[in-house]
Design a protein around this ligand. Structure first.
Ligand code: ZN
Length: 341
C-alpha cells in the first residue's frame, strides 16, 4: 500500500510488522497514563513508530530531579506541565502523529472518559491505586493494557487482554500495606531500567495493536528484569478463581476511589487528603524511609515530613495534610510519592 510513509520502512521491513502491521499502528489510538521515566520513553517509542493517536495524561510539572531519566524533558521545561513539554517535542519528532494532552489527575471522575476509544493503554504510573483503577476501566470496557513498573534497578511488564488473559488483580489481589511499597522517590531509580522496561512495554503494545499478542487462553506472563544484575525472568500468570474484577465483574477501585476526599483547607494554604479505604500506616517504617529525604518528626499519632516548601503530615489512618500548597493535584502527587498510593 503506497500510503505507508517511507519513514517507517525499516520497521515495515520486519516480518513481525510488515505493511499491514504498520498500517494498523498508523490507525491506532494509544493512551499513556503517567509521563515520568517510563511514560516519556513509551511516548517517544510510540510516536517514532507511527502510532496514529497518542494520548498523554499527567498531572505533574517537570522538576530538576526528573531530568536524570525522563528523556523528553530538558532544563528549558522546568515547571512546565509534563504533558505540555512532552507534546512539544513529540510533535517535532513526528508531525503525522496526533498528540493529545491532558494535564490532570487521572482519577475515578475522568478515568472512563480518558480511556474511551483506546486500542491500548500503557502504564506510566508510579502507584498501585492508579493501576487498580486502569485495570477496572480496561476490564469493564475490554481495553487491552500493559502493566509496567520500574524502581531501583529492576522492573516488570505484563500484557493484560481483558476477556482473554488474567487481569492485574489476578497478579496483585489487593493493595499491600501503605507506606511499605518502594517508590522511586524513596528507593531511587537507575536511569537504564525505565528505558529497558518501556521498550518491552512498547513491544507488547505493538503485538497487541497488530493482533499478535503472545498470550495463552486465560494465561499471561510477567517479565521481571534487573538491569544491574543483568537478569530477565519470565513467569506465567494464571487467572484467579476468585478475582473480584475479571471473574465477578466488581470494579472496587472505580467505586472506592470515588470516596477519597481531597479538601482544600480554607485560609490555611493546605490540602487534606482522606483515603477511601480503611488503612493503618506503619508510621515508624515510613519515618525510616523518609528520614533520608528530609526532616521528619514522629509522634504516636502522626508523622510530619518537610521537604522543600511543602510540609506533609500523615496520620495513622492514612489521612494527610499537605501545607504549603493550594493545588489539589500537587498535594495528590506528593501523597502518591511519599506514601506510594
Ligand atoms: Zn482478574
Amino acid at each position: 500500500m503506497s500510503f505507508v510513509p517511507d519513514r517507517y520502512c525499516r520497521q515495515s521491513l520486519l516480518p513481525e510488522i510488515g505493511q499491514t502491521g504498520q498500517r494498523r499502528l498508523n490507525e491506532s489510538r494509544a493512551v499513556i497514563v503517567g509521563l515520568g521515566a517510563l511514560g516519556s520513553c513509551v511516548a517517544n517509542n510510540l510516536v517514532r513508530a507511527g502510532v496514529g493517536q497518542v494520548v498523554l495524561i499527567d498531572r505533574d510539572l517537570v522538576e530538576l530531579h526528573n531530568l536524570q531519566r525522563q528523556i523528553l524533558y530538558s532544563e528549558d521545561d522546568l515547571n512546565v506541565p509534563k504533558a505540555v513539554a512532552a507534546a512539544a517535542i513529540l510533535k517535532k519528532i513526528n508531525t503525522s502523529v496526533e498528540v493529545e494532552t491532558h494535564t490532570k489527575d487521572f482519577n475515578v471522575s475522568n478515568a472512563e472518559s480518558l480511556l474511551a476509544g483506546a486500542d491500548v493503554v500503557l502504564d506510566g504510573t508510579d502507584n498501585l491505586q492508579t493501576r487498580f483503577l486502569i485495570n477496572d476501566v480496561c476490564v469493564k470496557h475490554t481495553i487491552p493494557w500493559v502493566y509496567a513498573g520500574a524502581v531501583g534497578t529492576g522492573g516488570m511488564v505484563m500484557p493484560i487482554l481483558p476477556g482473554k488473559t488474567p487481569c492485574f488483580r489476578c497478579l496483585v489481589p489487593s493493595q499491600p500495606g501503605p507506606g511499605v511499597l518502594q517508590t522511586c522517590d524513596i528507593a531511587g531509580v537507575l536511569n537504564t531500567i525505565p528505558s529497558l522496561i518501556a521498550s518491552l512495554e512498547c513491544t507488547l503494545a505493538y503485538q497487541i495493536l497488530t493482533g499478535q499478542p503472545d498470550v495463552g487462553d486465560k494465561t499471561s506472563y510477567l517479565v521481571h528484569v534487573d538491569a544491574w544484575r543483568q537478569t530477565f525472568d519470565r513467569m506465567s500468570v494464571g487467572q484467579r478463581a476468585d478475582c473480584p474484577c475479571c471473574r465477578e465483574g466488581r470494579f472496587e477501585s472505580l467505586d472506592a476511589v470515588s470516596r477519597e476526599m481531597i479538601t482544600s483547607l480554607c485560609g490555611r494554604d493546605a490540602i487534606q487528603i482522606t483515603p477511601a479505604a480503611q488503612m493503618e500506616i506503619p508510621l515508624p517504617e515510613l519515618e525510616m524511609r523518609l528520614s533520608r529525604l528530609g526532616e521528619v518528626r514522629l509522634t504516636p499519632y502522626m508523622l510530619t515530613f518537610r521537604s522543600g516548601k511543602e510540609e506533609f503530615s500523615i496520620f495513622r489512618d492514612g489521612r494527610a495534610i499537605i501545607k504549603g500548597t493550594k493545588d489539589e493535584a500537587t498535594a495528590r502527587s506528593l501523597y502518591a510519592r511519599y506514601i506510594g498510593l
